[in-house]
Design a protein around this ligand. Sequence first.
Ligand code: ATP
Length: 313
Amino acid sequence: MSQPIIEVKNVIKEFLAGGMGSKDIFRALNDISFKLYKGRTLALVGESGCGKSTCARLITKVHEPTQGEILFNGKDITEITSRKELLEYRGKVQMIFQDPFGSLNPTHTIEHHLTRPLLIHKQVSNKQALRAKLEELMTLVELPVSDLSKYPHQLSGGQRQRVNLARAIAVGAEVILADEPTSMLDVSIRLGVLNLMKQMKEQMGIGFLYITHDLATAHYIAEETAVMYRGRIVEWGDTRSILRNPTHPYTRLLISAVPDPDLPFHQLVDSEPNYSLSADKIRTLSLKEVDGYQQISDNHFVVNWENEKENVA
Ligand SMILES: Nc1ncnc2c1ncn2[C@@H]1O[C@H](COP(=O)(O)OP(=O)(O)OP(=O)(O)O)[C@@H](O)[C@H]1O
């Protein structure tokens, strides 16, 4: 496979647990590694607080890793320091958030939201080219050109998320880190936005990190999935293999808790996970680190866990 656009290598992130002045250290990420490729999606899946958004914040340089490195097209991003380089990097590595309204300014039209990044990132050279680019962007995200004159409150949540995706394309994104991009949308609208992301991946070669707590939506757009629990990746590889044969007790727990009955998800899972343990017990035993991992299939891996023999179905 070609060089990854983003490579996260053995990253550890520690925070001061009690804020400034505190000496207690909290390890939010523990030896995290993954790669994002052009035209592919990796789903980072786990419950609230497991460290998914921290991964995105490190990639966008909001925080620095405590240990390990993050490479962008092979270059360590800690070396990106000048304003110019940072602007260029932030154009290529864009974030989309859960609340599509929060990232839009209610006092400005959609046209304004798309024009600004096109000008700042020098994507157009004159007024005529600007208009053509605006229309191209709206068409790409399947919004009518007439919506350019509307304000964010005049659009639905799904339409607003499409504007955010258009804005990411406008600045020339190579990678989009989408943090729970559909969780605030109705189920009916959700699939439309996921399908749009899929098209952007397939037709424009954009690489996606799809951050979600909902394993059920991962298979719509993500070839690969990494399941996170309390700062560690516990199972990773081909999404379908993980869904058909979830192996780590925590992955099985997540699958049993799939919240969305409207998604045709259960057809993907061959057998019901066979639990002999309660959810609390699974969480406790998943917290204990055991060295090593197993390979389940060509591209499907799982870390070892305590009482392993007892818990393999
Ligand atoms: N700046 C910070 N200072 C201290 N602790 C932090 C900081 N940022 C995140 N954390 C802690 O790190 C852990 C991971 O947080 P993170 O936001 O990455 O989780 P998440 O999986 O994205 O959850 P959610 O889906 O709720 O956003 C949490 O326990 C959080 O409290």
